[in-house]
Design a binder for this molecule. Structure first.
Ligand SMILES: NC(=O)c1ccc[n+]([C@@H]2O[C@H](COP(=O)([O-])OP(=O)(O)OC[C@H]3O[C@@H](n4cnc5c(N)ncnc54)[C@H](OP(=O)(O)O)[C@@H]3O)[C@@H](O)[C@H]2O)c1
Length: 299
């Protein structure tokens, strides 16, 4: 889809984003140990598989790499980046948030330069600020839209109140929050507002940062043993993997909640990328979905 067309359609629904995006956070230069782990090959495999949304951030420190990977294929990509998270090891939590007007301008210029593009299709505030009112941040982002430097606005790690106040300043196309079988707080806290405003949800870390890809026999305290066993049993019945079942569950939340949900699994492997894309086509019977819901709630 040509980028210009994407721009006019970004606020119009899930079709614009595709069924599944690609999370580029873990891609690093110099980590390729063969074709399967070559970061550029992973991005190309995503585009070849029909994935359009590629998600990065200035905080991931790989925008040059992502820009290089999409060069020559820019018109196939819905390019998403983020600003506002600034790593500062000396602070509690390890990062600071910058969301003031001047910083929005400065960060966007730097991202455009590193990515090597004229426009970013979807530009997120990466984390809410305790100091800067969200209205100021969104006004500054809206100026970037008027200048043709970004096409649509997104928010991440915000509250329902932030989302509503931001949306009153300028339409918010996407909310990016963690959503998986091991982290589904979004369903209680944010979804009513999301549904009310018609915002799409970009579900990050849909495999629990990789935990849900581990085999059923894995013993750890972060995933209840019942959930892990159920994932393994459902996967073997459908001739698939636990990770694919867990990802299919996130895809299915769109039907449950009636809002567009676009998972963005992250991987550094071409093989894993293809497996994740295939999970979007996995249709789980209601019984299996109910069982996963029950176990999720209990864990
Ligand atoms: N907005 C935010 O605050 C925020 C925070 C975190 C992440 N994100 C976004 O969400 C994206 C995904 O997050 P994430 O990477 O933390 O979590 P994830 O997608 O839940 O899990 C990624 C982990 O799972 C492994 N994996 C992926 N597919 C696999 C497969 N098919 N088989 C086996 N292992 C597999 C990956 O290892 P391999 O590399 O070996 O495949 C990696 O260790 C990020 O790239 C980023 O764009 C956003």
């Amino acid at each position: 889809m040509p980028s210009a067309e994407m721009g006019t359609r970004l606020s119009m629904g899930r079709d614009t984003f595709g069924r599944q995006g690609f999370g580029a956070m873990r891609l690093r230069d110099g980590t390729g140990d063969g074709t399967d782990r070559d970061p550029v090959a992973v991005v190309h495999a995503a585009l070849d598989a029909g994935v359009t949304m590629v998600d990065t951030a200035d905080a991931y420190q790989n925008e040059e790499l992502v820009g290089r990977a999409i060069r020559g294929r820019r018109d196939e990509v819905l390019l998403a980046s983020k600003f506002g998270l600034v790593w500062r090891g000396e602070l509690a939590g390890g990062f600071d948030v910058r969301a003031d007007r001047a910083y929005v301008r400065q960060a966007s210029e730097a991202s455009l330069r590193r990515l090597g593009v004229d426009v970013i299709d979807l530009y997120y505030l990466h984390h809410r600020s305790e100091r800067v009112p969200i209205e100021e941040t969104v006004e500054a982002m809206a100026e970037l839209v008027n200048q043709g430097k970004i096409r649509a606005l997104g928010l991440s790690n915000v509250t329902a109140d932030d989302l509503r106040r931001a949306h009153a300043v300028h339409p918010i196309a996407a909310l990016q929050e963690q959503w998986s079988l091991v982290q589904s707080d979004i369903e209680q806290e944010l979804l009513p507002t999301v549904a009310d405003l018609g915002v799409a949800v970009v579900a990050h870390s849909p495999n629990g940062h990789g935990l849900l890809h581990q085999p059923p026999s894995t013993a750890d305290e972060q995933i209840a043993s019942g959930l892990r066993a159920a994932l393994g049993e459902i996967a073997s019945r459908h001739d698939t993997t636990s990770g694919q079942v867990a990802l299919a569950w996130v895809h299915h939340r769109q039907q449950v909640h009636g809002v567009p949900v676009i998972p963005i699994p992250g991987t550094t492997s071409v093989r894993h990328l293809r497996s994740n894309v295939a999970a979007a086509d996995l249709r789980l019977p209601d019984d299996d979905l109910r069982r996963l819901d029950t176990l999720r709630a209990a864990s």
